[in-house]
Design a protein around this ligand. Structure first.
Ligand code: ADP
Ligand code: MG
Length: 260
């Protein structure tokens, strides 16, 4: 393996009770890649990320981050990772300032450093006025911005984003997309999980499609297009996940809506 491999996954399987949700995943992810990790609801995207982050245990197979086996070695690698969770257990009763300085300190920053940095980043995302307000008063998009900031305060080398754009308005989506480009140019690895195809299509330089716990496609958007001969990522997605009844479903749905 080349030494620019930042995440290495071998034969990763996971079951919840009887249910196998990951069925032998193999991935080698390189420094500077923006990975779009896509797949239908329930495919196993969040589970993969939570295993890599050490939040979910009991998997089979091997996961190495920056050369360290996450089940064996020290947890030092966690300092080099940032994470935006899908469902945020953000501490609503704290102010953004309290929350962000707390997270910053967890990652080894001084209070002062975290405080200055967090406030600047909030300013750049247009929510500085709420720095001292309780997170419980924030809109979904504002909370999402706080989460994105908290994942980046310690300048991680690898960033895991699980549906990071949920709740953001169109302008903010553009800013975050651009931030991700710049981070990857700085050599950071970005692992981006989403079911929103058009964004993934635009920002990822490699797309990994997970269906039913298995990787069913892995390549650049152009490579996927050549293999599948379908236009958009959404169409490729539908074809590879065997989903072609959307018109029928929509028609039937509307006809039920019209029943009186
Ligand atoms: P995705 O993020 O791709 O939508 P998930 O990784 O969240 O998918 O879930 C994969 C499958 O595992 C789903 O069928 C989900 O219901 C199941 N699952 C996820 N977490 C748990 C859990 N803690 N206990 C039992 N089943 C789970
Ligand atoms: Mg998920």
């Amino acid at each position: 393996m080349g030494n620019d491999v930042t995440v290495e996954i071998k034969n990763l399987s996971m079951s919840y009770g009887e249910k196998r949700v990951l069925k032998g995943i193999n991935l080698e992810i390189h420094q500077g890649e923006i990975i779009g990790y896509i797949g239908p609801n329930g495919a196993g995207k969040s589970t993969t990320i939570k295993i890599i982050l050490g939040i979910v245990h009991g998997y089979q197979g091997e996961v190495k981050i920056l050369g360290q086996d996450i089940s064996k070695d020290s947890k030092e690698y966690k300092r080099r990772i940032g994470y935006v969770p899908e469902i945020a257990d953000i501490y609503d009763s704290l102010t953004a300032r309290e929350y962000l300085t707390f997270i910053g300190e967890l990652y080894g920053l001084t209070f002062e450093k975290a405080d200055v940095k967090a406030e600047k980043l909030m300013e750049l995302l247009g929510i500085k006025d709420s720095y001292n307000s309780r997170i419980s008063s924030f809109s979904k998009g504002m909370k999402q911005k706080v989460l994105i900031i908290s994942s980046l305060l310690h300048n991680p080398d690898i960033l895991f984003l699980d549906e990071p754009l949920s709740g953001l308005d169109a302008n903010s989506v553009m800013v975050v997309k651009e931030i991700l480009f710049h981070l990857s140019k700085q050599g950071k690895t970005i692992f981006y999980s989403s079911h929103i195809m058009d964004v993934v299509e635009k920002i990822s330089n490699r797309i990994i499609l997970l269906n039913n716990g298995e990787v069913v496609a892995d390549g650049s958007f152009n490579e996927l297009k050549e293999n599948i001969k379908e236009g958009t990522l959404e169409q490729i997605f539908n074809q590879l996940t065997g989903f072609n009844q959307y018109e029928t479903i929509a028609e039937e749905f509307v006809s039920v809506v019209e029943e009186v």
